[in-house]
Structures are given as structure tokens and as C-alpha cells.
Design a protein. Structure first.
Lengths: 80, 395
């Protein structure tokens, strides 16, 4: 498992990642989850606060550094 | 390996719960939102954390995941699984055990010899079966040991039964002193060709000979006096005649496979046969049985059921006659060698009766008629027919 972690570190050698695909938003290396509702989610990243607004937003997977949000995303705001 | 549990927590404020879980640094995946419930997978180590800090929530473990689920299932069904494994082992052991050894030969002495040789090689009743190569070695050893008694030996494994087929070696020891013979006519006919290897030819081409006439003489004469006697040899071809008849039905049923085949099982006890499954092909079928194993006198066969259709063919008189002639040819030609042939043929009588056609035929055939007839001092009348080398002993 350590090999996998090392490989992950090598490939994701960035402070954070934000991926959007098929009504999904994947955020890698978020610092904190500030707010969570089915219309808005606020995530604290290294340089800004990411505010995602939409409809029927649900968290599908979540751990210390990673979060996968599903739903209809209407707007994304970067608050510095 | 990470041990994940599928849990369900009762809550109406799902987002609040998720925020709390996030604050507790709990890894959660496969989150499913259900009315009044939040269902997700967590690490088993995180469960203690949840129970400790989220006391007001009711956590319910629904299932294990991955290898742990498999383990749990195995634990639940251990009795069935153990039973199946045990049954498979028993089946494998039983199917590899010899329950019966059949030595197929009428001579009990030879049977005993082979039986003792097999026992020495470890092939006994209630012993384990051996591989094909080992059986081949055993066969070679037995043949080597009894090379004057055994001509051919075969070990045939049929399920739990071993059939040993033996052919006894028969050594003919002829008395050389009486090895004098003539070549005589085995049938009446007109000589068409004669080849003498040893002896004196007594007949010429186009001579008519009757059955038993000397064709090649084994007595070498000089001035009507027998100087020496030898065993005559040679081949004599003559035109011989046959009158044959055949009956051909005007209607014939031909069985044809439709291509549909289904498997079934057959249990046989003595002459009683019981088919296990209901036949899945039509009424018209042909079956092939393959022996699987024998168990307490019950023989189990794998049965292949082939669906067939019966085609009714009607011949007219001419077609039936042609078929009859072809049938007569076929049967006669089976008896003839490469140098023998049908010279002439004629249909003597043809009659239609009871939906059958009767054919009476005359055939002239070029055939080898010379057979050996042994003699001592005076000629004997006894003879025997064989294909080429004719060995008949007369005392």
C-alpha cells in the first residue's frame, strides 16, 4: 500500500486538484468542509474557498483530503 | 487489507451528520441517501470513533464488505461447505478405486496367471487406479513374462471396473514328417490361370475340374514312379458359378439425425434400466450410453439422446432390382481378393410379392480354388479351405 501512496504522491504532486465529470465534482487535497447542504457546498482549499452551488448536491465519498460531490452543479465560485 | 463495514445511521439532518463525520476525520465511501437514513461504508477502526463521539446517533452495522463478507458467509455456511468438500473428496476417492477386475478369457489357468501378475504390480480389488503409462508398463511386463502364453493383452478402465482382454498365443507345431501335400480344387470350375511354385501342375487352362481334383501334385514322379514327395504350392484361379437370391422391400425407412442432442443419465441394475431425467427430444430418438461408474451393483451411464426423423423411401421395381443387384455384388465382393472378380452375371428370375421384390441371379466368378491337402503315403480325401496358405492336417 505504501507503493501506491508513493505513486499517488508522485502523480498528484500539486497542492490541490479539482476535477469535473458527468455531474460529479472531485476535489483532492481540500483543507476543510465549511458548509454542506443540497444546494451549496463550501470547501476550504489552500489559496481560496470554493463555493459550489447547484441542485440535489450529495456527497458520495469523503475522507480527510478527498471529496466526491454528485448532483447538478450550476455555479462554482472561488472566494479569495 | 482495510476492513470496511456497511453501516446505517438514523438521521433527518444528513448534511449535519456528514459535517460531523468530516470533523472526526472519518473516511466514508459509497454514501447512499435513504429517507431518514444515511448508509455508507466506513473503516472498522472508525466505528469506535463514531460510537464514542456521536453518541446520540444510532449506528447499525448492516453488512461486511470484500473478503470479510466472504469470510462471514463461509462461517455461516461452514457445515454445508464442509459437507460439499467432504462429498467431493469421497467421490474422487471412490471414482479412483478399482471395485472389480474382469479378466476376459475362458482359460482359468491363464486368468489366474494374469491375476497374480496384476496383484504383484499392485492392481488389486479396492486399490487405487493407476495412470495410463503405468498400465502400459504392467502390460509390457506381463507380456514379457508370459511371452509364450500371451499373444495380446489390453487393460480397459471403465469407471470403477477394469476389464482385461487377453488373447492366448497358440503355437502350431506341425509334424514335419507328414508335411507333404497336394493342391486340390476346393470348388468345381474351369481353370483360368495356374501358377506353380512347388510340385507338378496336373491341369491346364480351360480344363473343367471337380471339387477335390488334384491341381498341383506333391508327388514328384519319374516314369510313373514316385521319387519324392513335397508340399505343393501355387495359386489356381478358375471360373466358378454361383446362384444367389436376394429380397428387397419396395418401401424402406431411413433414420436421419436432426442435429438435436440432449444429455441424460441412465442407471442400470442387471437388465433393469432407469432413465433419470425426462427425455427432452422427441419420440423418435437414438441413444448412446457412456459408462461413468459403478456403485453397489448400480451402473451409471451418461446418455446422449439424439433426435431422429424417419424418412420413408419408396422404390419402383427397377430401382429395387438395381438395389438388389448392388447388394449381391457387395456381399460377393467382400469374399473376393484383389485378383478375384465377377466375370459374368444374369438375372434368372424376378418376382414381385408382398411389397418385396425377389431376385434370383447367376454369377460367374474368377476365384482362387486351390487348397492344400496333406497326405502321408496315400492320398486322403479330407481337406480344409483357407484364403492363401491352407493348413489342414490329416492323420
Amino acid at each position: 500500500m505504501r507503493i501506491l501512496k508513493n505513486l499517488q504522491n508522485f502523480l498528484y504532486d500539486q497542492d490541490y486538484f479539482i476535477d469535473i465529470f458527468n455531474d460529479c465534482l472531485h476535489v483532492y487535497y481540500y483543507i476543510d468542509l465549511l458548509n454542506l447542504s443540497d444546494k451549496s457546498i463550501e470547501l476550504k482549499l489552500k489559496e481560496f474557498i470554493l463555493i459550489i452551488s447547484g441542485q440535489d448536491l450529495v456527497v458520495s465519498k469523503m475522507d480527510k483530503h478527498e471529496i466526491l460531490i454528485k448532483g447538478i452543479i450550476n455555479n462554482m465560485e472561488f472566494k479569495r | 487489507m482495510k476492513h470496511y463495514l456497511l453501516v446505517r445511521i438514523k438521521t433527518s439532518k444528513k448534511t449535519n451528520l456528514l459535517l460531523k463525520l468530516n470533523k472526526l476525520n472519518v473516511d466514508i465511501k459509497n454514501i447512499i441517501y435513504e429517507p431518514n437514513y444515511l448508509k455508507f461504508q466506513i473503516l472498522s477502526s472508525d466505528l469506535k470513533k463514531i460510537k464514542k463521539y456521536l453518541v446520540s446517533f444510532e449506528v447499525e452495522i448492516i453488512d461486511e464488505t470484500g473478503i470479510y463478507k466472504l469470510k462471514e458467509e463461509l462461517k455461516k455456511n461452514n457445515l454445508i461447505i464442509t459437507g460439499i468438500i467432504f462429498a467431493v473428496i469421497i467421490f474422487l476417492i471412490l471414482s479412483n478405486i478399482i471395485v472389480k477386475i474382469n479378466i476376459i478369457h475362458e482359460d482359468s489357468h491363464l486368468r489366474e496367471l494374469i491375476s497374480s501378475s496384476l496383484a504383484e504390480a499392485g492392481v488389486t480389488r479396492l486399490s487405487f487406479k493407476k495412470s495410463y503409462d503405468e498400465y502400459e508398463k504392467i502390460i509390457a511386463n506381463i507380456k514379457e513374462e508370459y511371452k509364450d502364453k500371451i499373444e495380446w493383452l489390453e487393460i480397459d478402465v471403465e469407471g470403477m471396473v477394469i476389464n482385461i482382454r487377453v488373447e492366448e498365443r497358440i503355437i502350431n507345431e506341425y509334424d514335419k514328417s507328414s508335411n507333404t501335400c497336394h493342391i486340390v480344387a476346393g470348388k468345381s470350375g474351369i481353370i483360368k490361370s495356374i501358377t506353380t511354385k512347388r510340385g507338378v501342375a496336373e491341369v491346364s487352362i480351360n480344363d473343367y475340374v471337380s471339387k477335390g481334383d488334384i491341381l498341383i501334385n506333391g508327388n514328384i514322379k519319374l516314369n510313373d514312379e514316385v521319387k519324392t514327395s513335397i508340399c505343393a504350392s501355387g495359386t489356381v484361379y478358375a471360373e466358378v458359378w454361383y446362384q444367389v437370391n436376394a429380397t428387397i422391400p419396395l418401401t424402406e425407412e431411413k433414420v436421419k439425425d436432426t442435429g438435436k442432442m440432449r444429455y441424460n443419465f441412465l442407471i442400470k441394475k442387471g437388465s433393469v434400466e432407469t432413465v433419470i431425467l425426462k427425455s427432452r427430444v422427441g419420440e423418435e430418438k437414438r441413444v448412446e450410453n457412456k459408462f461413468l461408474f459403478s456403485f453397489f451393483g448400480f451402473e451409471v451411464y451418461l446418455q446422449k439422446e439424439y433426435e431422429v426423423e424417419i424418412e420413408k423411401i419408396t422404390y419402383n421395381e427397377e430401382e429395387a432390382t438395381k438395389k438388389g443387384i448392388a447388394l449381391i455384388h457387395e456381399k460377393l465382393e467382400l469374399k473376393l481378393d484383389n485378383f478375384e472378380s465377377i466375370i459374368e452375371e444374369k438375372v434368372l428370375q424376378k418376382e414381385l410379392k408382398n411389397n418385396n421384390i425377389y431376385i434370383d441371379m447367376f454369377l460367374a466368378v474368377r476365384e482362387q480354388i486351390g487348397i492344400k491337402e496333406y497326405f502321408d503315403d496315400s492320398r486322403s480325401d479330407t481337406s480344409d479351405e483357407d484364403d492363401n496358405e491352407y493348413t489342414n492336417r490329416i492323420n
